[in-house]
Design a protein around this ligand. Structure first.
Ligand code: ZN
Length: 63
């Protein structure tokens, strides 16, 4: 999946291997802050996309 996430402490872009599992923890490469599991990051990213789509639809009155 093509998504990006940023460290909550220092805003460094987080990176992870292509074969990372949902249960694996993603850690900031700069400050070492844990960003939680990849599964939770992916869920947040998907939710953000859905919220954005819903906002566009509502903004155009096309419910
Ligand atoms: Zn960081």
């Amino acid at each position: 999946m093509d998504a990006s996430a940023y460290c909550g402490r220092c805003r460094t872009r987080l990176e992870w291997p292509d074969d990372i599992a949902d249960s694996d923890e993603v850690v900031c490469p700069s400050c070492g802050e844990s960003a939680g599991t990849f599964g939770s990051l992916r869920h947040d990213a998907e939710q953000a996309v859905l919220d954005k789509i819903n906002g566009v639809i509502e903004g155009r009155g096309l419910k």
